[in-house]
Every structure is written in C-alpha cells, then in structure tokens.
Write a protein that binds this ligand. Structure first.
Ligand SMILES: Nc1nc2c(ncn2[C@@H]2O[C@H](COP(=O)(O)OP(=O)(O)OP(=O)(O)O)[C@@H](O)[C@H]2O)c(=O)[nH]1
Length: 170
C-alpha cells in the first residue's frame, strides 16, 4: 500500500503499480475535495481500460474530448473508492454529502463519510471495498480473456447443455 499525502499528483509509477485507489478528502476542506477530483481524472487518463492490466503494462486512455467535463468513462477505469473524512466535524463542513455522492456516482464507486479518528471499522470497511472491487475487475478480466481464447465456446457449451437437459429423457 502506498499513501500519497501531498499536493503533487501521483506519479506514473504509482499509478501503474496500484491495483486500486482509495481517494480520501476531508469534508471540512473543499480544496481536498477538488484535489481528489483532479487526482481521479489524472489516474483515469493514465490507467488503461480494465485498470488492473496497468499493473505492468500501461494502456493510456484516449484523450478526453473537450467540452464533456473532462470525464473518462469510469466503467473502464481502475477500481476506486471515495471517502469523506472528518465526518464528526459537521460544524466545519465545506463539502456536502450530496457532492460526495454525486462524485461517487460519476465514478461508479463506493462512497462513505467517516470519522477516521473514531470509526476504525468504517475505515477498514472502505479498504475492504477497494479490495472487493479489485477482485471484481480481476474476475471480469479473466472472463473476457477466456472469451477471447475460446471465442465464446464456453457459453455455447453451456447453452447446449441446458437445452439437452430440457429434452424428454427416453
Ligand atoms: N475530528 C477529527 N479529526 C481527525 C479525523 N481524522 C484526522 N483527524 C485529525 O486531523 C489532524 C490531521 O490529520 P493527519 O493525519 O495529519 O492528516 P493530514 O492529511 O495531514 O490532514 P490535514 O492536516 O487536516 O490537512 C490530526 O490532528 C488528526 O487527529 C477525523 O475523522 N475527525
């Protein structure tokens, strides 16, 4: 695990190495939320489709067309989880829960607000969500690789087997 706690964007090396990303901002600090949005774009533009393949081979995303808000389809992006920290400090809140939810929807990722200083389990759960998402991507990649190698034969065999069993046994 690498922790990046700086204003600098993550390096190409870090992005290539990482299987997934836990993006954390503070609900009391709008700049940190803006930074997370910048980092997310930075990662999506550099981590190729399927995300995990980029662990060793990096496939750059196509350039972002102008005028579409600079977003890259999250469906093909690397696994991400969004976390709003310092949820106990609502009196100093600068980023609403809705804004976090909207960004998470855009990223198609898990989102939660936590108070890291007192909610250890919730923080652990966020890491678990990253892990689950990484596993999901790996499964999807394995399936698509099998499809490519077998040319969808696996599916055909399954369908035939199903209709066979539906035939009367005489
Ligand atoms: N109340 C509260 N304080 C927190 C929480 N998480 C971290 N802190 C406190 O925020 C301060 C900064 O935490 P650090 O771990 O140094 O994090 P940082 O990224 O340097 O954060 P900032 O200094 O806030 O930019 C410390 O005093 C922490 O105890 C939280 O969920 N709630």
């Amino acid at each position: 695990m690498t922790m990046i706690n700086t204003e600098a964007l993550p390096s190409q090396e870090t992005i290539s190495w990482a299987d997934g990303f836990l993006l954390v901002y503070s609900i009391t600090d709008r700049q940190s939320f803006n930074w997370v949005k910048r980092v997310r774009l930075h990662i999506s533009e550099r981590k190729g489709r399927g995300g995990l393949a980029g662990a060793t081979t990096l496939t750059p995303m196509p350039p972002v067309p102008a005028g579409v808000g600079g977003d890259v389809s999250p469906t093909f992006g690397p696994p991400m989880v969004l976390l709003g920290n310092k949820a106990d400090m609502v009196h100093l809140r600068q980023v609403s829960s809705e804004e976090g939810e909207i960004l998470a929807k855009d990223l198609e990722c898990y989102f939660s607000e936590v108070a890291a200083s007192e909610q250890v389990l919730q923080v652990a759960n966020a890491f678990h969500e990253v892990f689950k998402e990484v596993q999901n991507v790996r499964k999807r990649q394995k399936t698509s690789l099998l499809d490519r190698v077998l040319g969808n034969k696996a599916t055909k065999i399954y369908v035939r087997g199903k209709s066979d069993s539906a035939l009367p046994k005489e």
